[in-house]
Ligand binder design. Structure first.
Ligand SMILES: [Zn+2]
Ligand SMILES: [Zn+2]
Length: 538
């Protein structure tokens, strides 16, 4: 797959033989050329390496469009361009395809010489969104590669001798006592907090799974139709902030990155696939694609790249935080960071590498705590431990029934959840609100009759990090913007947002985070940044 400029204003699209589906149609070595002049496309003829002519003569663009349209109807549902990207067509038809050809032509003409060096063959199934070129200012900006290691507890690196992470922290900055996740210390809420600077009650993902009374709908982090629907999310994710300011971004996965949020999408994003997630191939592909993107021409290169790894969370749940399997996953992820760092160094670009986690892990105690054993939840909508009373009468009743029911949890009316937890304003948290007082897995009800009941995981998270230090997350960062050999005291993860925006030279909106918290890690001390006001710091 190649996108090449053949002289001024010309585009060559080589259809992807390696994916197979093009091959029978075009017989191998397939090239489409559309020559673009101003806003008009003239057919110019095309000859592949194998001499397979697809477009020629005055009607060539019609023919090209026809051929391309045919491609989109093939079972693999996409036409690839520019290095193997699956570009998904929602609409077919000549006008749309001609529009694509114009866009390609403009992009190619802008990068005529550089494109040969910048051919990008993604290993992941990436979606590309056409955003023109990086602005002149963006091209001068530094780069941030943000990596999340899911469930990498704050003390794992030292405990298990994660030499690459510890070296990264020594070269730059790290939080030896950990970083504070937001409540609840769950995956989606915290990943989205990291990229928005907002507490979960402000960005809307108050749990991995929850109910919205206004929408009368459920959000579930394993439901593709929910995660790709931007209406569930509030705030301006860092990638949307960057794209809105003329800077390309790429999400080699991150929770929320498959939806259009704040009117923007990343220029490149990966579709999450549960089946391949966690495989060695995908883990390596995220590194290879990050480097491939950074080797693109300056006009196209993303300046913010996010990378996600589902380990060691997976092992922490299955075996517990102290199990040998979890320690092995820590070492494996550390080696992955070592590989990534070496690969990024080779690009010689000014890259700030930021490695964080979303939360920690604690060994679960006891079995399930099932709330409807203590209270009559008839008429309640419930998602996990979240309770949505339909009437005030019901809420009061269940609150009273649960109030003295158990020492394993406390129950609050939503408005009375302690302010420091930042969890008392969003109706999506339900009412009343249950807060675990220990490493207990809490749920509203047992599974429906006929469904098997599984015991809780060996390791769990989600607890209040103010009460359970095992929930604390990791923070390591080094690069041209970061002071060497700096340690930072535990800080709330909302503060990463203004800090990363600053390193990218972006103007950030007011959020729950402030730049001052991490300014001491910055070589420029965070200077020249617009002062932001603190909201609910803790
Ligand atoms: Zn997680
Ligand atoms: Zn987890």
């Amino acid at each position: 797959m190649h996108l090449r400029a053949l002289g001024r204003l010309a585009v060559v699209i080589v259809l992807d033989k390696s994916k197979g589906a093009c091959e029978p149609r075009y017989g191998g070595g397939d090239v489409v050329i559309a020559e673009v002049r101003q806003n008009r496309i003239d057919g110019h003829g095309a000859v592949s390496q194998h001499g397979n002519t697809i477009c020629r003569g005055a009607n060539a663009i019609n023919r090209c469009a026809w051929e391309m349209e045919k491609v989109t109807t093939l079972p693999f549902r996409a036409l690839s361009w520019c290095g193997g990207v699956w570009m998904q067509f929602r609409t077919s038809g000549r006008a749309v395809l001609a529009g694509l050809a114009i866009a390609l032509g403009v992009a190619a003409s802008a990068q005529e010489h550089a494109s040969k060096a910048g051919a990008f063959n993604p290993a992941l199934p990436l979606v590309h969104v056409e955003h023109g070129s990086n602005s002149a200012a963006a091209q001068k900006a530094h780069y941030v590669v943000l990596v999340s290691l899911d469930g990498f507890r704050w003390d794992y690196a030292k405990r298990d001798g994660a030499t690459h992470l510890l070296a990264l922290g020594k070269q730059g900055a790290w939080a030896p006592e950990g970083m504070l996740p937001s409540y609840p210390s769950l995956t989606f809420p915290n990943h989205f907090t990291i990229v928005t600077g907002l507490y979960p009650e402000h960005h809307g993902l108050v749990a991995n799974n929850f109910y919205d009374e206004t929408k009368q709908a459920r959000y579930a982090n394993n439901d593709p139709s929910a995660v790709t629907d931007g209406n569930w999310y509030s705030g301006v994710p860092l990638w949307s902030l960057a794209e809105g300011q003329g800077m390309h971004t790429a999400c080699l996965f991150w929770p929320g990155s498959e939806a259009e949020i704040a009117g923007q999408r990343p220029t490149w994003y990966a579709r999450f696939d549960e089946k391949t997630e966690g495989t060695d191939a995908v883990q390596q592909a995220r590194i290879d694609d990050a480097v491939g993107l950074l080797r693109m021409p300056e006009a196209d290169r993303p300046h913010l790249i996010t990378i996600y790894y589902s380990e060691p969370d997976h092992e922490g749940h299955s075996f517990g935080p102290d199990a040998p399997e979890t320690k092995a996953a820590v070492k494996k992820m550390d080696a992955m960071i070592g590989k990534l760092k070496a690969a990024l160094d080779k690009t010689k670009l000014p890259i700030d590498l930021v490695v964080v986690s979303d939360h920690g892990m604690i060994k679960a105690e006891d079995g399930w705590v099932t709330l409807d054993k203590f209270a009559n939840l008839d008429g309640f909508e419930a998602v996990g431990p979240l309770l949505y009373g339909k009437s005030e009468e019901d809420r009061v009743r269940v609150y009273n029934q649960l109030k003295k029911a158990s020492s394993q949890f406390v129950v609050y009316r939503r408005k009375d959840v302690p302010g420091g937890m930042n969890y008392n304003k969003n109706p999506r948290t339900g009412d009343p609100v249950i807060v675990a007082m220990g490493p207990y897995a809490i749920r509203a009800r047992e599974p429906a009759a006929g469904k098997t009941d599984q015991p809780p995981n060996a390791g769990i998270h989600g607890l209040d990090p103010g009460r359970f230090p095992q929930m604390k997350a990791s923070f390591f960062a080094a690069g041209p913007d970061i002071v060497s050999g700096k340690t930072v005291a535990p800080f709330a993860n909302v503060n990463l947002y203004p800090w990363m925006a600053h390193m990218l030279g972006l103007t950030a909106p007011k959020t729950d985070g402030i730049l001052n918290i991490l300014a001491g890690t910055l070589r420029d001390g965070g200077g020249d940044a617009a002062p932001a006001e603190s909201v609910n710091q803790n």
